[in-house]
Design a protein around this ligand. Structure first.
Ligand code: ADP
Ligand code: MG
Length: 228
């Protein structure tokens, strides 16, 4: 099963989504504000108090998740466009994901292109955010443990990075919805991670090749013009 993801119409540039994301963050904040007010004024038994507090924490967690998926690593504009060494970035990615992987009983394998490292052009921090979001999803798809493979390559003048997991995989229908805002199958998902990642990759003239098989795993192959 293979699907090519290069839907310029469907995937909006990240900035276009800012208003809608702000709205998603404002909702939990409004809820929390309301409950804090209630906690301060009403005569409440401790059971109710705990329940209201629980809601506050859940809503704050949700706001934090949205910020993490959407904004955390991105630097404020203007973007700094520079040459990015994919071997260095994959090493960085492996380090960033290591704790999360260990916690989930997942092994990370890194295989770097030899001789000359593949290089791409873009904003390093946005690129990192895209990679972290894809890597995070791969780990989250391997509930009972597994293997995360990170590879770089240089092929016909193109810079290639492959992120593959041995997780639960996706159906063709799920793959089609990937990258659209707020599509999530997770209980506490935001459905923003892939949308943001695909937007960043597309802006860097990158192409996304995806393969997935239910119960077997998923592979993201990202192909960029090489600039070394
Ligand atoms: P979230 O992670 O908050 O759910 P994302 O936009 O990052 O939002 O991902 C959207 C959905 O795509 C996920 O909920 C999951 O169902 C699916 N998905 C993404 N990456 C993978 C993967 N590597 N393996 C299986 N499913 C995936
Ligand atoms: Mg995600």
């Amino acid at each position: 099963m293979q699907e090519e993801f290069f839907k310029s119409e469907k995937m909006k540039i990240v900035g276009d989504m800012a208003a809608s994301v702000a709205h998603e963050i404002r909702n939990p904040l409004t809820t929390v504000r309301g409950f804090i007010q209630l906690l301060g004024t009403a005569e409440l038994d401790s059971g109710k108090k705990d329940y209201y507090k629980r809601i506050c924490f859940d809503e704050l967690d949700r706001a934090e998740l949205i910020i993490t998926d959407y904004l955390s690593l991105a630097k404020p504009d203007p973007e700094v466009i520079e040459s990015i060494n994919l071997n260095d970035e994959v090493q960085y990615l492996a380090n960033v994901l290591l704790t999360y992987a260990n916690y989930n009983n997942i092994q990370i394998n890194v295989a770097l292109a030899e001789e000359q490292a593949p290089c791409v052009v873009g904003d390093r921090y946005k690129f990192r955010q895209a990679m972290v979001n894809i890597g995070k999803n791969a780990i989250e798809a391997m509930q009972g443990g597994g293997v995360l493979d990170l590879k770089t390559d240089k092929l016909n003048g193109q810079a290639v990075i492959v992120i593959s997991d041995t997780g639960h995989g996706m159906t063709a229908e799920q793959m089609k919805r990937l990258g659209t805002p707020y599509y999530s199958t997770k209980e506490k998902g935001t459905g923003l991670g892939t949308m943001v990642s695909f937007g960043i990759i597309r802006k860097m003239s990158g192409k996304i090749d995806m393969k997935s098989e239910l119960g077997k795993g998923t592979e993201f192959k990202l192909i960029f013009p090489n600039v070394a």
